[in-house]
Design a protein. Structure first.
Length: 563
């Protein structure tokens, strides 16, 4: 394994910007009420140094764990830097977790303290923080947290900044990233400073990022992609980061940032598309885009309305991007690069190459990444210098994650074509067999099903049934429509047509018997989805499996599940 250049490590990057660009604005934080606060590199480094001095003064053992429970904000990043500078290991928590999961992670990681930051549901989460655990609040924390815990600003005001340039060796543990797994207790994925630095070095060879770029940080920083692309991309390049204030202000936040690099999950790319179609019907938009000159004006107008008119690199990931969605954005002149990765490899595995038509695949492997397909199971396996050190305190699960010769088992199925492009075909364990003895891969069917404007999320299931069936959760707009006179019948007709179109593209054994409509939202709180919007298949089985035969026997194409 090659050594990572010392100046590429996270803290050394901070010191470089602190020295060479102290007065450059690098973070822009909405404070509410239209007020925005800017931070220069000098201010970021000064506050991180003061908090590092405070943490170090607690006398914890080097390598102790310190947690961060907050939505994205400037203080999240400064907390991470302070934890590292003080010689500790950061443990980020998703800002939507149930209290039981918060307690599990804090206790399993043996965290000594927790930053309690910007949160929407703090009252529900608070019971998950063990009594007596030292906590620190941010200026944007909930009022109760500000009253209960010492504040960031007060600590910084009374604490002198840590002096010098403390460094962490590339082999040292930097963080525990707890996976939002679809089954069981989250596992703490261990990554070193060297892992991050190597991954960024390889990532920058495929993703063009520089100090002139702007990004909007809004997906959870507890997630590996936001951590890599946003936090470490920011530290490596010195770019300008903007933060989103809330869902209600997201459109305005995008307009403020006008990002040159933008990453999102398929669910949000679909919402953007639906927003455009709400203002301009698809048929009209297609007609206008096909008119010379006028089409170009329309493209620019639509992208400007989305805040993406100067976006030079757009990417999607965390779940498969439906082909029709990629093609729609391409017509607008915004080519979305589809990436593939997982927490265990720092999301550095594959991504499509800008300027090349590789739609339908996740592109070739990044430089320095090897990939192969297991001939027996069809599983995608890979290895690189960004592989995790293992799962924290889980040696058996760590060993299970790798093959005997050291390749990471991804759990995904796929194929590699003659050009080295990887195509994801499903999960090794998600395949199910119908009562006719035929195997069905649900993921490709779900990609088509979720493209209906009414569908927020969906699952294709049906082990041991005659034919598979689809369960769809309506989005909020269509839940409202369903409650209106004739609303249900209109939705039924539309979904039935969508089902017919999908089935026409499938093999006979894959065709959906029916679509079951659910109006109760699937959320993190009711444990149906993970914080990264992946549906928990085992939870779906728990909730609905006893209805499968009943649904199958109705003979209806669209069925409404009673709440």
């Amino acid at each position: 394994m090659s050594k990572v250049a010392a100046d590429r490590l996270a803290l050394q990057c901070l010191y470089r910007w602190e020295k060479t660009a102290p007065d450059r604005v690098t973070l822009t934080q909405p404070m509410g009420g239209g007020v925005v606060k800017d931070f220069t590199w000098a201010q970021v480094a000064d506050q991180a140094r003061r908090m590092a001095q405070h943490l170090q003064s607690q006398g914890w053992e080097p390598g102790s764990k310190v947690a961060i429970l907050s939505k994205n904000c400037a203080w999240w990043l400064m907390s991470d830097l302070a934890i590292w500078m003080a010689g500790y290991v950061s443990v980020p928590l998703y800002p939507t977790l149930a209290p039981e999961t918060i307690r599990q992670i804090l206790e399993h990681s043996e965290s000594k303290a927790c930053f309690v930051g910007k949160l929407d549901g703090w009252e529900g989460m608070k019971p998950g923080v063990p009594p007596g655990m030292p906590c620190i609040s941010y200026p944007l924390s909930p009022d109760d947290a500000i009253r209960s815990y010492e504040g960031w600003d007060a600590i910084c005001a009374r604490t002198q900044p840590l002096q010098g340039a403390p460094v962490r060796d590339e082999a040292e543990l930097a963080t525990l990233i707890y996976t939002s797994g679809t089954t069981g207790m989250p596992k703490g994925v261990m990554h070193s400073f060297g892992n991050f630095a190597w991954a960024l070095e390889m990532g920058l060879k495929r993703i063009p990022m520089s100090s002139d770029d702007r990004m909007l940080s809004y997906l959870p920083l507890a997630h590996v992609v936001e951590r890599m692309l946003v936090e470490h991309g920011w530290l490596h390049t010195g770019m300008h980061l903007y933060f989103a204030e809330s869902l209600d202000t997201f459109a305005a936040d995008l307009q403020r940032a006008r990002p040159t690099i933008f990453f999102s999950v398929p669910r949000l790319w679909v919402k953007f598309q639906q927003g455009v179609h709400h203002k301009m019907p698809p048929a009209k938009l297609n007609r206008l885009l096909g008119i010379p000159i006028l089409g170009g004006i329309v493209r620019r107008k639509v992208l400007k309305a989305l805040g993406l008119d100067v976006c030079k690199f757009a990417a999607g990931g965390a779940a498969p991007m439906p082909m029709a969605l990629l093609e729609w954005y391409s017509k607008l002149g915004l080519h979305i690069n589809e990436g593939y990765g997982m927490t265990e490899n720092l999301a550095l595995s594959h991504i499509t190459e800008p300027g090349k038509n590789q739609q339908g695949t996740v592109g070739p492997a990044y430089e320095g990444v090897e990939h192969r397909i297991d001939p027996q199971t069809g599983e995608i396996q890979m290895r690189s210098q960004a592989l995790m050190l293992g799962y924290y305190k889980e040696p058996e699960k760590s060993a299970e994650a790798f093959t005997a010769d050291g390749w990471l088992r991804t759990g995904d199925k796929g194929s590699i074509d003659a050009q080295g492009l990887l195509r994801i075909t499903g999960r090794v364990k998600d395949l199910f067999k119908t009562g006719k003895g035929k195997y069905v891969a649900p993921a490709p069917i779900e990609d088509r099903l979720v493209m209906h404007e009414a569908v927020e999320a969906c699952v294709v299931t049906g082990a041991n049934l005659g034919q598979p069936l689809g369960i769809v959760m309506l989005n909020a707009e269509f839940v409202t429509r369903a409650a209106q006179p004739d609303g249900r019948s209109a939705i039924e007709q539309s979904l039935a047509g969508h089902l017919k179109d999908i089935n026409a593209t499938l093999d006979p054994h894959e065709r959906l018997q029916c679509v079951v409509v659910v109006t109760t939202a699937w959320t993190v709180d009711n444990d149906v989805i993970t914080p990264t919007f992946k549906v928990k298949r085992n939870r779906i089985e728990e909730l609905y499996a006893n209805h499968y035969e009943e649904w199958e026997n109705t003979g209806q194409r669209v069925i409404w599940q009673k709440d």
